[in-house]
Design a binder for this molecule. Structure first.
Ligand code: FES
Length: 68
């Protein structure tokens, strides 16, 4: 929605793990599901990061990505 470039390689299927970002505060986001947890573990993604294709946002958030 904010035209922020997000890396990806699976078109948001929750497979590649390329789209990870930090989103704060986490209280304004959906809970992490088992798919997101598995993809993060398989790709050595920090536990506090979220997959932008799977996380849902319910309020104002600050987003950071390691590749910006
Ligand atoms: S775009 Fe591939 S896991 Fe999110």
């Amino acid at each position: 929605m904010n035209s922020i470039p997000i890396a990806y390689a699976c078109d948001g299927e929750g497979i590649c793990g390329k789209c990870w970002v930090w989103v704060e505060p986490q209280k304004n986001t959906s809970k992490e599901g088992s798919l997101e947890r598995r993809v993060k573990q398989a790709n050595s993604i920090p536990v506090t990061a979220r997959l932008s294709c799977l996380v849902r946002v319910f309020g104002e958030v600050k987003v950071r990505a390691p590749y910006w």
